[in-house]
Design a protein around this ligand. Structure first.
Ligand SMILES: [Zn+2]
Length: 369
């Protein structure tokens, strides 16, 4: 361990007092440097822009060929049903994937999109490509620190809570390890909270968050785990629920009463799998993914209970088949297809603005404590 946690806290608080506009809270860190919060615009809070999820590959049951380089619909149904059985589908960092991401982030911009939060962990961020993507499209890109736990069991299995805390502190204060000129704007951890190192990572995030009140995000793993248990570990380690996003709520609600959970904790509830084509979750057949209309119904219930200020929406795109280029719906699905439907149901334009602009602003803005 480099230093004790309380030494770090004193040092960081002093440097915050002496430092520049980065810490006044009206700025948020992006891959192009600190940016005024007011420029955030419509924000997607959970995507993976340049990524490789081939570690999630599952050998196919039936059909194993799909030509991602051709505009062919042959076998598209199978790709949608078994997205993790096509290696090429899991790579958004090859030539075809990167080309599609550039094109479709531009499409998001032209659909009045402002910002995308890239959820890749510190182990697989592609900062130089993300900078170029942001420069080319003029979409703000925000990255986080922390470990996307399922990606890194070997690396993390021996790290102590304090070592993980030091990693987080280092990147939050000094910039990303691989590119010091870029700072992360939030911390993300996750997993199934079954293994010791997953719990240590959650505690490290909570410890830093409780001291510095930064935005944080918890990413459930493949299983439905009790959200109350995650919250208990997080809060006991010092984390504040009001700055915490619970991601993937679309497939993470077990038997818990979600309204009571939000009422008690006042955390953000993120519906981030809009546009997923099938309710069948290939990586855990015991889990169902809510349809878009089921999500909208639940968000309407949250509105009726006065909890809309705690809702975030995104797509969780991390495979080719979700991109428009390859037969999917892309980063514009919520803008083009979901919000028009919401406006015909229980929602007003103000509600949409609250969810897509004001809630991300409040989550990312360290002045709104
Ligand atoms: Zn995710």
């Amino acid at each position: 361990m480099k230093q004790s946690i309380s030494d770090n806290k004193n040092k960081i608080m002093l440097s915050n007092m002496q430092s520049d506009k980065r810490n006044d809270g009206n700025y948020v860190e992006t891959v192009r440097g600190p940016m005024r919060m007011s420029k955030l615009g419509t924000t997607l809070t959970h995507e993976y822009l340049i990524c490789d999820f081939s570690n999630l590959y599952v050998p196919p049951f039936y059909v194993n060929s799909y030509d991602f380089t051709a505009s062919s619909l042959k076998n598209l149904g199978y790709v949608r049903q078994y997205p993790y059985s096509y290696l090429e589908n899991l790579r958004l960092n090859d030539v075809e994937g990167i080309t599609a991401v550039f094109k479709e982030v531009d499409l998001f911009k032209r659909s009045y999109g402002g910002t995308i939060v890239d959820k890749s962990s510190c182990l697989n961020r592609n900062i130089s490509v993300l900078k170029s993507l942001s420069d080319t499209t003029d979409v703000n890109i925000i990255i986080g620190t922390g470990y996307n736990i399922p990606d890194a069991p070997n690396l993390l299995s021996t790290k102590t809570t304090e070592e993980m805390y030091n990693d987080i502190q280092d990147e939050m204060e000094n910039g990303c390890k691989t590119e010091r000129s870029v700072k992360p704007a939030f911390i993300a951890e996750g997993g199934d909270i079954i293994l010791d190192f997953e719990i240590r990572a959650l505690r490290a995030m909570a410890l830093y968050q409780g001291q510095f009140r930064c935005p944080v995000s918890f990413h459930p793993g493949k299983y439905v785990i009790p959200l109350t248990e995650i919250m208990r570990i997080y809060q006991e380690a010092g984390g504040r629920a009001t700055e915490l996003v619970i991601a993937h709520i679309d497939r993470s609600i077990g038997t818990e009463n979600i309204m009571e959970f939000i009422e008690k904790n006042q955390c953000y509830i993120q519906f981030d799998q809009f546009g997923v084509d099938t309710p069948f979750y290939q990586l855990n057949p015991r889990t169902d993914i809510m349809s878009d209309t089921q999500k909208i119904q639940l968000i309407a219930m949250m509105k009726a209970e006065g909890k809309l200020h705690r809702v975030l929406m995104s797509h969780d795109i991390h495979t080719k088949h979700r991109m428009v280029t390859f037969g999917g719906l892309g980063y514009v699905h919520i803008s083009h297809n979901v919000t028009p439907l919401m406006l015909k149901r229980d929602f007003t334009l103000d509600d949409i603005y609250l969810i897509r602009n004001e809630n991300p602003y409040r989550w990312l803005n360290r002045l709104n404590l």
